[in-house]
Design a protein around this ligand. Structure first.
Ligand SMILES: [Zn+2]
Ligand SMILES: [Zn+2]
Length: 245
């Protein structure tokens, strides 16, 4: 295993890689430095829980007004949500090409962007499971792949964390969230997920992976299902987050 890792490291040095965004050839895996420099990091200060940037007053406990409100209704069920960058410019182009134009070569560079985030949130805990947001089988058939699973698989491999893509299921086919308003998104995903085997996630810390965080409705609904099935914590990690809240 160690020899294989060493060989792959040597191959990375001698075999050139192509940046999937601009096609420039270089020697590092992932996006080239010219494309990466365009990625916008999430703004600070931000809500401790969902990373929404604060534009005005910082509320008690450093939570945004939505997290305070939602906490009372217990509907925002992840404990933390973090994204690697803001959904704009180059990252928007990369995710669009990955998700809607079947350019699956983007899975590795996009997963790499979230790798240090996932690693620090996993915090070397042995009970961590990496999980993708599942697609309904009808949508999966249409798209041909689940982009979140591709990212989760890459992360589980590179960080040696367990991957589980079978326990959380999409039991209801929903309208694509991208077509809906924030309020409609919450309704749209209500009871859309189910857990097939509660024993597999009992007392586990789950890091759920998705490409884009918009209102957090899908991730929150997934987390709700996982928490009520016995998970000890659910953390959401996405490649990018939109400015829309
Ligand atoms: Zn590039
Ligand atoms: Zn918040």
């Amino acid at each position: 295993m160690r020899t294989l890792k060493l060989l792959s490291a040597i191959a990375d040095i001698i075999v050139p890689h192509t940046c999937p965004l601009c096609a420039v050839v270089g020697y590092s895996v992932g996006f080239c430095s010219a494309c990466s420099v365009e990625f916008t990091p999430p703004a600070s200060p931000h809500c401790d829980r969902c990373q929404t940037p604060f534009t005005g007053t910082i509320h008690s406990k450093n939570l945004c007004s939505l997290c305070i409100k939602e906490a009372k209704k217990i509907s925002r069920s992840f404990s933390t949500a973090r994204s690697a960058c803001v959904y704009d410019g180059n990252i928007r182009k990369a995710i669009t090409r990955f998700k809607y134009h079947n350019q699956t070569e983007f899975s590795l560079p996009l997963a790499l962007l979230t790798q240090s985030l996932v690693s620090s949130l996993a915090n070397a805990s042995a009970d961590v499971i990496i999980m993708p947001v599942p697609l309904h089988k009808r949508r999966l058939k249409k798209r041909g792949f689940n982009q979140s699973l591709m990212l989760a698989r890459r992360l589980s491999k590179s960080l040696s964390l367990s991957l589980d893509y079978k326990t959380l299921m999409r039991v209801r086919d929903t309208t694509p969230q991208v077509e809906l308003t924030p309020k409609e998104r919450v309704e749209n995903v209500k009871n859309a997920f189910g857990v097939t085997n509660a024993a597999a996630i009992k007392d586990k810390k789950i890091i759920i992976i998705d490409d884009v965080y918009t209102t957090g409705a899908t991730l929150s609904e997934s987390a709700k299902e996982l928490m009520s099935a016995g998970a000890s914590d659910v953390i959401a990690v996405t490649v990018a987050r939109t400015a829309l809240v």
